[in-house]
Structures are given as structure tokens and as C-alpha cells.
Design a protein around this ligand. Structure first.
Ligand SMILES: *Cc1c(COP(=O)(O)O)cnc(C)c1O
Length: 495
């Protein structure tokens, strides 16, 4: 196996991509990257007639070089099948003068299914004989359920998800607590998301705790820092380009812009990877919510996380450190891991860093960034539904508002990425569209009312949710998380 993946911070020996998938984060806390990204380009005209699965194989062979073709084919077949409610997997919708790519047709109705349906299979092929992996995930909602669905019943892999007690929506909580599978574990943590996240990170860096686990048991992560979760997201940029050509909106080779609702910078970074592989993308529009660290960064070159953390109506984008930005800086600085290490050290110690003007200009060539506050989001949901009959979830709506602003200066064909079903964030979508929701507090009733009013079908997983039995009922205080993880490892792997 070719040891070609290095850490963005340069302090770890190169590893094979399988080790990178198994390990998640590098030992120096950097992210795994392939310095050769983009040296081999795809042949676009060859891809035009492929279905999603064959397209995925072509793209992933370039991004994940150590997996055999047979492994990739099997992983793709097990990930992208009838669990999605459309054979296109990521269908393009065209509405009047704009285009939207729906990424939420998978088993949990959020775009995270695209990465998290494939990652478990990649992880299984990365483990040696007799090795086990326990995936630990702190979630503010969408990642938890998508990870549980992806990893449930995967051989030799277990999954433990932690979410802040009272800190996720009713539907998100019910989705997680009703997960079946013999290797799944879900617990509510007393405290907020940051507490849960901090505890999970503490477990990862606690060597003596890891030594007390069985010697063949690895801890891993399902966060989008894992290259095995990022790579599958590159595929849908090619898929939508193919759909645009097939439907006659563009001809092969024409440039396209994308607007991407952004939190941890995984989804939009996948767009940059697609561009590096040769997809004719002109600009990537990064759309943030009121937590607008990125907007300031792309304007000034100063990344400053020292600001209040806001809870918005697009909670999956409530984030102050967009981890995957580190990968972009690595590539854009000309693979300068010493420089990245300096910047990230400054972020940890001072809460901010400033990049060089040269690097900023290079970023601005490929990216534009804007943000939407809660009012912009609610207005966009309402207006687009009333005027154009299309219903967006709040994250997609955050993107829509930024997209319209950007389009005043650039008329290149634009695709907006839609990251969740509108039914998943019913507390925001229903009141924005329905004439009267006062006094209705039950989320499932809001789902029914919205469906009756709009005639837009409810995704099956959400429609069935109300009647599913609760299978997980653990509440764990954050101090007891380590003991809980050890116990779950023993139960899942029988060790
Ligand atoms: C995770 C998520 C995002 C943000 O994606 P990143 O890859 O973290 O930038 C946007 N919308 C929804 C619905 C999400 O679940």
C-alpha cells in the first residue's frame, strides 16, 4: 500500500489511506490529506453516461487509492441502493431560473447520509484481521442519526453517539433513540453540545484509557474530518454536472457555480476537490448563518473564533471552528504544513489567526462567502414557497439568501445544494409557510399539517418515526462518559 496521506500539520509519518480512514484524525491533530490531489484529472466526457454508482467508482478510485476496485464496488453497492428513495441518489431540480441539488434522499433525510452510508464499509475494509473499531460521535443532531444508520450492523465496528440532553429537535432525538442494530449505542449527555464534544475529544487523547481497552480495539471518528466521509461527497458535484448536461442546461465544459450551506466546511471543500479533479467550477459560494466567522475570514483573512456562539434556526451550521478549512489552507498555501501548523497553534492559543494577503487572494479566486440571519432564512422559506412552490429547509434557505446576493455580480449557471428535507426542521419550516400554527407544539402534528397544506410527500423515515419503539434510554453525566464507553465496548464486542 502506498503511504501517501500526510497530516496537514506535517508532524506525522505518511500513512496509507486505509490507515487514515481507520485513524480519523492524525496524531498531531492535523487532518489527513493527499499531496497529489489533482495531479490526475478525470475525463469528463467519459463520465457522462454513468449511473451514480459507476460514477462514484471512477471518482473514488482517484481519491482513495489503496482500496481495490472490488472493495470500492462492493462498498458503493451497499451504500447507495434502495435505502435512497430515488435511483438518481442526488437528484437535480430546476425551478424557473435556478437549480437545486437535493442531497437528502437517504435514510435519515440529511445530506450526511452520502458520506456516512459509505464510510462504514470503507472502515470495515481498513481493519486488519481481528481488529475492531468503536466509532465515537458527539452530535448536535444530523450527524448522530446518519452515523447510526450507516454503522448499524457493520461487522467489527460499533458506534456510540452522544448528544446534549434537551439540545436537539424532537424529530432528531426520536430518530436516534429508535435506531435498531446490535452494535449501536446512544446516550444523552448532561450539558450542551460543546461539553459532549469536549468529552469525546478527551477520550480520544487519553492514552491510558485507550490502553485499558482491548488491544485490538481502535477508537475512531465519524466526523467530516475523516477522509472516508469527505471523499464520497465529491461524487455528487460530478453527478449534478452530468445531470445539467443531460437536461441541456449546459454543454460539456461550461463553467458552473455552486452555493453550499456551510458549517464544518466539509460539503463545500468536497466541491473544491471536484474542481481540483477537473470539474469546471468557477466559484464556490460559502453560505454561513449568523455564526459568521467564515464570512469575515473570506473578506479579511482573519479567522477569529472569539465571539458569542449563537443558536440559530439552522443548527447544523452553528459552529465556530470549521475544521475542514484546514485542508483548504494546506492546498492553497502550496502544501506548506509548517505554515498550517503555525496558524492552527495560534487558533488554539489565541483564538485567532491571520493569513497572508497572497493566500487570501488565492482563496477569493475560488470562493465567495456570505451569511444569512434567522430572519433572512424564514423570509426565504416563505417567499420561495409562495412564489415558486418549492419548500426549503432552513439550512438550504440560508444558502438561497446568499446565492441571490452573489448572483447580482455573476450570472454563471448556479446550483444550490439542499442539505436537508424541510420536514426534518419542522419547527422552523411549518410556521414560515402555514397560515396558523399557534398553539401546536407537537412536531409530528406539524409534519402532518405541512404535508396536507403543501402536498409535498413526507420522507418515509420521518413518516414512520412516530410509531417506532424507543430502544435507547441512557442519560450519562459527562464525568461518567469514559466508564460508559468502556462498558459499551464490552457489550458490543463481547470482550
Ligand atoms: C452538516 C450540515 C450542514 C453543514 O455541512 P458542513 O459539511 O459541516 O459544512 C448543512 N446543512 C445540514 C442540514 C447539515 O446537516
Amino acid at each position: 500500500m502506498e503511504k501517501r496521506f500526510v497530516s496537514t500539520r506535517g508532524q506525522q509519518q505518511p500513512v496509507s489511506v486505509k490507515t487514515a480512514v481507520k485513524q480519523g484524525l492524525a496524531d498531531d491533530h492535523g487532518l489527513f490529506v493527499d499531496p497529489k490531489l489533482g495531479q490526475k484529472k478525470v475525463n469528463l466526457s467519459k463520465l457522462l453516461l454513468l449511473d451514480y454508482q459507476d460514477l462514484a467508482k471512477e471518482i473514488l478510485q482517484l481519491l482513495l487509492p489503496d482500496f481495490t476496485t472490488a472493495e470500492l464496488v462492493l462498498a458503493i453497492k451497499n451504500a447507495y441502493n434502495q435505502k435512497f428513495d430515488t435511483a438518481k441518489i442526488t437528484p437535480l431540480q430546476s425551478i424557473n431560473d435556478w437549480h437545486i441539488l437535493e442531497l437528502w434522499h437517504g435514510p435519515t433525510s440529511a445530506f450526511k447520509d452520502i458520506g456516512l452510508q459509505l464510510l462504514p464499509h470503507l472502515m470495515k475494509f481498513s481493519l486488519g484481521d481481528n481488529e475492531h473499531s468503536l466509532v465515537l460521535t458527539a452530535t448536535s443532531g444530523d450527524t448522530g442519526k446518519a452515523a447510526l444508520e450507516g454503522f448499524k450492523n457493520t461487522d467489527n465496528v460499533g458506534i456510540a453517539v452522544f448528544y446534549p440532553n434537551g439540545g436537539v429537535s424532537t424529530i432528531q432525538e426520536k430518530q436516534m433513540l429508535t435506531t435498531a442494530g446490535t452494535n449501536t449505542s446512544v446516550a444523552a449527555i448532561t450539558g450542551n453540545f460543546d461539553d459532549a464534544q469536549r468529552q469525546v475529544k478527551a477520550i480520544f487523547s487519553n492514552t491510558s484509557f485507550k490502553e485499558r481497552l482491548a488491544s485490538n480495539l481502535h477508537l475512531s471518528s465519524a466526523n467530516s474530518i475523516n477522509i472516508g466521509r469527505l471523499a464520497p461527497q465529491v461524487v455528487y458535484y460530478f453527478s449534478v454536472y452530468q445531470q445539467l448536461v443531460a437536461q441541456g442546461h449546459i454543454t460539456l465544459g461550461d463553467p458552473v457555480n455552486f452555493t453550499v450551506p456551510t458549517g464544518n466546511f466539509g460539503d463545500v471543500l468536497a466541491g473544491y476537490y471536484a474542481k481540483s479533479l477537473g470539474l469546471p467550477i468557477k466559484k464556490l459560494i460559502v453560505a454561513a448563518n449568523a455564526n459568521n466567522v467564515l464570512t469575515d475570514f473570506f473578506e479579511t483573512g482573519i479567522y477569529d473564533r472569539q465571539r458569542p456562539f449563537l443558536h440559530t434556526v439552522a443548527p447544523s451550521m452553528d459552529i465556530q471552528v470549521s475544521s475542514n478549512l484546514e485542508r483548504l489552507l494546506y492546498y492553497k498555501s502550496g502544501l506548506d504544513s509548517t505554515y498550517i501548523n503555525q496558524l492552527m497553534t495560534q487558533l488554539e492559543t489565541k483564538g485567532r489567526y491571520q493569513i497572508s494577503d497572497e493566500l487570501l487572494h488565492s482563496l477569493q479566486n475560488d470562493f465567495y462567502c456570505g451569511f444569512s440571519n434567522d430572519k433572512d432564512i424564514r423570509t426565504a422559506i416563505k417567499n420561495v414557497y409562495e412564489e415558486q412552490g418549492y419548500l426549503m429547509d432552513p439550512h438550504t434557505a440560508a444558502g438561497y439568501h446568499v446565492m441571490r446576493k452573489y448572483q447580482q455580480q455573476d450570472q454563471t449557471l448556479m446550483v444550490l445544494l439542499s442539505t436537508a428535507s424541510p420536514y426534518k426542521f419542522i419547527e422552523t419550516t411549518a410556521p414560515a409557510v402555514l397560515p396558523d400554527t399557534e398553539g401546536i407544539t407537537d412536531s409530528f402534528e406539524l409534519v402532518q399539517r405541512l404535508a396536507e397544506y403543501t402536498n409535498i410527500p413526507i420522507p418515509q423515515n420521518i413518516a414512520q418515526l412516530h410509531d417506532l419503539p424507543i430502544r435507547h434510554k441512557n442519560i450519562v453525566s459527562s464525568e461518567k462518559m469514559q466508564a460508559y464507553v468502556k462498558q459499551q465496548a464490552e457489550v458490543i464486542f463481547n470482550v
